[in-house]
Design a protein around this ligand. Structure first.
Ligand code: GLN
Length: 364
């Protein structure tokens, strides 16, 4: 495709080779440290509004396959890599990364100094950026970036519009879709659940009318404070249904129970983030993708207990309610991509629904 440029809002310019779609992209530039899993990253709806750079220098080597999609329509705004493989080699590969990005209107840029970009983001925090044609003066793009506010309605874009059912004979679980990865459905169907997926703004009343055994609130893009609908619903449902929150769902549970959330400098994105479970003293390697975190000090004024912390920086990775069956984690227990160390959390959630059903006096 020829040369293209990546321009950051602070004026930094990287010249590279365009691939994927030729359109212009604007988004928050973030980095992911996973060495594999680019297909799951591209198709994770939590990246809506973001331009993602992979720190691992080779991407596209095993192509794109039909099995590792995390959503039907990807929402990522752009993709940055050091080197993109033109000829993937893997028995599951159906097409190249370039073809997939072209077909889904996602621009990519390769051949830039990804280590420099990582260091810039680590020092200054995430910034807005654009992947654009080389012919446009970079000052013009910087001006445009300063004028552009990143959208606040990302969950509205990534959530399902209508409820639907994935039938099963086991526990009845309502999944509130804030931008759900298919991995969450995979874990629940593996455990024979009867799943009702509902939009992010489904009311507490309508959820309770479904007479489910448990409620799962999924991952999703953007700032949790931009999703008051789901937060208000949780305030009414906690204590009436066992609740499991994943990533954005975790942040929303925290807000619903009176805790605070804050934006991190550059977030956690990768497949090898160590997390310590304070209740069992075990350490898990987890898959993560988040910009926001629950403010640790704010838990003191709530009925929430800190259950897990990130070992790299001490941030909150898990909480549980002290009075009601509700718990959540900041990372992705469904992995995809990444280690499956914390897959058992889906079993813990279903066990909790069982205990509540039997009327046992148990909390998460
Ligand atoms: N993967 C997620 O659910 C991310 C949650 C939230 N959008 C964040 O960036 O912190």
């Amino acid at each position: 495709m020829g040369k293209r440029q990546l321009v950051l809002e602070d004026g930094t310019v990287f010249i590279g080779d365009g691939f994927g779609s030729t359109q212009e992209a604007i988004g928050e530039v973030v980095f992911n440290t996973g060495m594999t899993g680019y297909q799951e990253v591209i198709t994770d709806p939590s990246y809506c509004g973001q331009i993602v750079m992979m720190t691992y220098p080779l991407t596209g080597n095993y192509g794109i396959n039909r099995d590792d999609m995390e959503t039907v329509t990807p929402f990522i705004h752009g993709f940055i890599v050091k080197e993109v493989a033109e000829y993937p080699s893997n028995f599951r590969s159906e097409e190249t990364l370039d073809d997939y990005l072209k077909a889904n209107h996602i621009p990519g840029i390769a051949g830039i100094d990804t280590r420099k970009l990582t260091k810039t983001i680590r020092l200054q925090g995430t910034m807005k950026g654009a992947i654009a044609d080389i012919t446009i003066p970079s000052e013009e793009i910087v001006r445009k970036l300063h004028k552009t506010d990143l959208a606040k309605n990302q969950v509205q874009k990534t959530s399902t519009l209508k409820p639907y059912v994935v039938p099963g004979r086991g526990k009845r679980i309502v999944v509130v879709d804030c931008g759900m990865k298919h991995g969450i459905l995979r874990e629940l169907t593996k455990r024979n659940c009867h799943i009702t997926v509902v939009p992010y703004n489904y009311s507490a009343e309508d959820i309770l009318r479904l007479k489910a055994d448990g409620l799962l609130v999924t991952n999703g893009p953007g700032d949790p404070k931009d999703v008051p609908e789901t937060m208000n619903m949780l305030q009414q449902v906690v204590g009436k249904l066992p609740v499991f929150g994943i990533c954005l769902g975790h942040q929303l549970l925290a807000l619903a129970c009176g805790a605070e959330t804050e934006k991190m400098t550059f977030g956690h994105r990768g497949s090898n983030h160590p997390v310590k479970d304070l209740l069992t003293n075990k350490t898990y390697i987890t898959s993560q993708n988040h910009s926001y975190a629950v403010q640790r000090a704010s838990l003191a004024k709530t009925n929430l207990e800190l259950t897990q912390i990130a070992l790299n920086d001490g941030t909150v990775e898990g909480i549980k309610h002290k009075l009601f069956p509700a718990f959540s984690v900041q990372y992705h227990p469904e992995s995809s991509p990444g280690p499956e160390d914390t897959n058992h959390l889906f079993d813990s959630f279903l066990k909790l629904t069982e205990q509540v059903m039997k009327g046992e006096e148990v909390y998460a």
